[in-house]
Design a protein around this ligand. Structure first.
Ligand SMILES: *Cc1c(COP(=O)(O)O)cnc(C)c1O
Length: 400
């Protein structure tokens, strides 16, 4: 073992601990749900999961996963184009395409994988990718892999800066505009109507990663595109199966037949890495079907989010405005956000604090995420904990 190397890493870890920004993993011993059992803190309410619709422990979803495992076994032990595609993959992909009103879809083991597979494949020589500066890390890394492309960033949701970059891009293209649908640390939506208009004007291709929007936004949970009534006007949608849609893992790209064919032929994670495990394909399919037959879950999520937002405001907190199920409370320094989340955990509330480099310096935050399955009693208990901690550590003065 190279002890010098290990000591060097340990030194960096010690520095994180000294700065109060070290992340401690919490160990859950029960399924993800509004209330969970945690080794470190006992029985707690969860306000930091992406389990927006509460489908990760839904009976139909679990049963479908078990049935998928029994029918297909653990997996194919092979990449897809060799002998690694099950019928359940095609069924799931057809369903995702239909759910999103796209021609075709292709799954990956994660949305991270989907984004890092997509951009280097489609952004050929002469292309330009124009990306919102607050896009998810997987988009940033996906773009970094697109080494043949010119890569540009615009200030968060700044449409005039985006237009400037479009005007300057090589019109022979392709020109790609890429954005999150819902920005995960802000809870805000991309200005998709303006982006679609600009894309038309400059003949650009639109790519929306709607990982936090799918199952959350739009009347039937089809996402930010449904929210804005822009079905059929976005070229490429990427998303995750690891959030509202069952919460296991998995991601996808949806788009034209030609795009999906191209990804099957050339996208490196498709060519060199195994497919989604069949149990996950089956449980994700069941989650989509469950959502389609229970659109009232989306409405309940919206009601819960409004209730919690108003509750926080009554206490004197000032969560960022937005229409998603994410309520960020900016507190300033990362050590402060982490201390606050620790105090909340002591009171039975699991909610995570985020600091630099996940969010810009000086904007550390507590990020509350709402689930449709939270009861009013649970939300009231959570608000009481926020009230106590807010007073105790003086965050109410800072947050308002
Ligand atoms: C969570 C998230 C991802 C990553 O999803 P995984 O399927 O867990 O890899 C990608 N993009 C965005 C916008 C996300 O919010």
């Amino acid at each position: 073992m190279n002890t010098r190397f290990s000591q060097r890493l340990q030194g960096e870890l010690d520095a994180l601990k000294a700065a109060g920004t070290y992340k401690y993993l919490r160990h859950l011993t029960s399924p993800m749900a509004p209330e969970v059992d945690m080794e470190e803190a006992g029985h707690v309410i969860v306000l930091s999961s992406n389990n927006y619709l509460g489908l990760s422990d839904q009976a139909d979803v679990i049963e479908a996963g078990v049935a998928g495992l029994q029918k297909y076994g653990a997996g194919t032990a092979s990449v897809r184009f060799i002998c690694g595609t099950f019928a359940i993959h095609r069924t799931l992909e057809d369903r995702i395409a239909e759910f999103l009103s796209m021609q075709s879809a292709l799954t990956y083991v994660s949305c991270w994988n989907a984004n890092t597979g997509l951009f280097p494949t489609i952004a050929e020589e002469g292309s330009t990718i124009i990306s919102d500066e607050l896009n998810h890390a997987s988009i940033i890394d996906g773009c970094r892999l697109a080494t043949k492309s010119k890569r540009e960033r615009y200030k968060h949701s700044d449409m005039s800066e985006l237009e400037g970059k479009l005007r300057a891009a090589d019109p022979r293209g392709p020109i790609l505009i890429v954005t999150d649908g819902v920005f995960s640390m802000e809870g805000s939506l991309a200005n998709l109507p303006a982006i679609v208009q600009l894309a038309k004007k400059y003949n650009a291709v639109t790519v929306v990663d709607d990982s936090h929007g799918t199952g959350v936004m739009g009347k039937s949970g089809r996402g930010t595109i449904e929210h804005f009534g822009l079905e059929g006007q976005i070229d490429i949608i990427t998303g995750t199966l690891g959030k509202a849609l069952g919460g296991a893992a998995g991601g996808f790209v949806a788009g034209s037949h030609a795009l999906i064919e191209t990804l099957i032929q050339r996208s490196r994670p498709q060519l060199f890495s195994n497919a989604l495990p069949p149990t996950v394909a089956a449980s994700s399919l069941a989650a989509i079907e469950y959502l389609e037959s229970h659109p009232e879950l989306v409405e309940k999520l919206r009601e819960n989010t409004t209730y919690f937002r108003q509750g926080l405001k009554k206490l004197g907190f000032n969560p960022l405005e937005g229409e998603s199920a994410i309520l960020p409370i900016i507190v300033g320094e990362p050590s402060f956000a982490i201390a606050m989340s620790e105090q909340l955990l002591k009171r039975g509330l699991f909610v995570t604090g985020f600091g630099f480099p996940v969010v810009p310096e000086g904007t550390a935050r507590i990020r509350v995420q709402i689930s449709a399955k939270l009861t009013k009693a649970e939300m009231d208990r959570a608000l009481a904990a926020f009230d106590e901690v807010g007073r105790e550590i003086g965050v109410l003065d800072r947050a308002s």
